[in-house]
Design a protein. Sequence first.
Length: 462
Amino acid sequence: MKSMPIRLRLTLWNCFIFGTIIAVIISVVYLKHKQSHYREIDRMLLNISAHVHEEINQQLSEGTPFKEVQVSIDELSISEIAIMVKSKTGALIEANSHPFFKDRRIMNENQVIDPVNFKTITDSDGVRIRVHTASVHQKGEVVGYIEMLYSLRTLDNSLLRFKWIVIGFTGVGIFLAAIAGWFLAKKTLSRVDLIGRTAKAIASSQDFQQRVLHVGPADELGKLTETFNQMLDSLEKAYTNQKRFLSDASHELRAPLTSIRGNLDILHKIKNIPEAEKEEMLNDIRSESIRMSKLVSDLLSLARAEAGQLFNMETINLSSLITVVIEEMETWKKAVNVEASIEDDLYIWGSSDAIKQLLIILLDNAIKYTHPGGSVFVSLETANDQATIKIKDTGIGIEKEELPFIFERFYRTPSARKHTPDGTGLGLAIAKWIVDEHNGSLVLTSQSGEGSEFIVCFSVIK
């Protein structure tokens, strides 16, 4: 059953449900039709019995003995009906001459009368017979019986034909329902087949630019198609980012490795290098090693972000943490003036190491891209239960069209590459991840040639 196609299963279920409904309806109609005929026969037998009974009572009232009563039974003869008048011992007194008696021994012999009003019996030929018995009373005592028999052969044959006609029509209906269900299932599942073919084509070609074309109503399959296309959008974006990430990472790692290898080859091949040149080469190797170490560290941070690694959260004094970071950076800020305005004793829920890394990234960026003699302003204040960190510089700024991409990995503006060639383009991506993990917000405003301002907000713990 598991390997049965959905189309076939839908068709079979359609036939089963349709067949069940039709069977129930037809069964109810058949039983109602059958009971209606039986009730009509019973009414007819009652009417004839009442007429015979009335005629017998009239003769008994005139003093005629019951065994000598004469009833115009033949005048009441109707097709398939036999009428008999019997004594209370079952002896036949009078009967009509209807051919119904012919070759039916069960009705010609004296029988003990069953006083049941209506019953159905079966004769030796297998013919069902409806029997009605009515007692005749004289002076409060039963003196005899009126017994009427109706052959159900014609009715049973008619009902049998009706049943087979109904079964035939039901079979034809189920067959037509199966054909209609098959084509309906085929039409309904055609869009699912299209999704399957698209997925298979993407799997074989790895072309995530393909999409499923939806033509039809916005039903469940339409929503499925829309969801599938949204999934393809996400996969295409992730695949593109992965390719770009690998390309950029290999490019960024290749540059320091090439420089280190080149300097080492020179030091290995040339023995008598002047001390000044040797010192310059070693400094270059050290600088590139530091740059590569930072790049690898940043890549590991992003890898942890993609793996969903959680921070160890605790209550931290944001005011003290910012002060410590500014003091540490005072030692290498060069010719840039750093000014700070820090509100005391602001506490937030977060990771001390992660927040410190965030502050270092933003302050490093502000100092790095500010010309000597420029200024960097750092402030921390609270408003509406939000701790707001503002880091503003008077540096090179960012072009307006570059702002939407500034938090993407390895993205660096042309002016940034020109000003500081040794950057990696990973810092702001890491900063954005840290802020998001702390349920905060990070906003950047900038104008080319005038500087940038980063605004970070966290919820305050009171």
